[in-house]
Design a protein around this ligand. Structure first.
Ligand code: ADE
Length: 235
């Protein structure tokens, strides 16, 4: 990859439906493929961006974020997509913007650590830069969608039972659950790159999730895309 002399806003999503609407706005896109992931860069309304669909889960998300950090001069990375809603009062199609992210499946508690402790960096919650969380929240509200600011919980599991849902919500005081944000956050944290997470609710992470997710994912993803496009203009 050749570094452009402009700083890029990096956008990562797990699935095509979560990022195609952003990629489509890039003028004169250039694509570089690394480890099977396409990094599509160019300008949206004069702002230099790089977009990638990483695939599902923490390993692909980390691989993608690290490659982006090495290949581009980044202003920040924004992880966009859908999530299971955990906070009270959240409905399908509402949006959660992270003020921090945890990995709910990280657990060295048998050794005496707090659940979710990230060995090596020794924190549970990775904080999101206040300005990114604030601007993302404003953008969500400006596109007419309800926004909740809170903790996003990441793990390599599609959450679809009341029991798992309650565990994640209560253990981490989490507002939403998904499968990539915590890995992207950890990569950004160790690379000193500011990051943000914005997730529209496709389901409740409960017994209904397997039916709700295919019904609402595409429509929810659109809400997150609209807010991210606004963010690119404003940030
Ligand atoms: N993404 C969307 N819904 C989800 C769920 N219930 N669990 C994990 N990731 C999700």
């Amino acid at each position: 990859m050749t570094k452009n002399n402009e700083k890029a806003i990096g956008i990562i999503a797990a699935m095509q439906i979560e990022i195609d609407g952003i990629k489509a706005q890039i003028s004169d896109p250039e694509t570089v493929t690394v480890s099977g992931i396409d990094f599509v860069s160019g300008h949206i309304n004069g702002r230099y961006v790089v977009c990638a669909k990483c695939g599902v889960g923490k390993v692909f998300a980390a691989l993608c974020a690290q490659t982006m950090c090495l290949g581009f001069d980044l202003e920040c990375i924004i992880n966009t997509g859908v999530a299971g809603g955990l906070a009270d009062g959240l409905s399908v199609l509402d949006v959660v913007v992270a003020d921090s992210v945890v990995q709910h499946d990280m657990d060295t508690s048998p050794l005496g650590d707090p659940v979710g402790l990230l060995s090596g960096i020794n924190i549970v919650n990775i904080p999101v830069a206040t300005r990114i969380a604030r601007v993302l929240s404003e953008c969500v509200e400006q596109v007419g969608v309800k926004c909740v600011l809170g903790t996003v919980a990441t793990g390599d599991q599609f959450v679809a039972t009341d029991e798992k849902r309650r565990y994640i919500k209560e253990t981490f005081n989490a507002a939403a659950c998904e499968m990539e944000g915590g890995a992207i956050g950890q990569v950004c944290y160790v690379n000193g790159v500011p990051f943000g997470i914005i997730r529209a609710i496709s389901d409740g992470g409960d017994g209904e999730a397997v039916l709700d997710y295919p019904t609402f994912a595409a429509k929810a993803a659109e809400n997150s895309v609209r807010a991210v496009l606004r963010f690119i203009d404003k940030f």
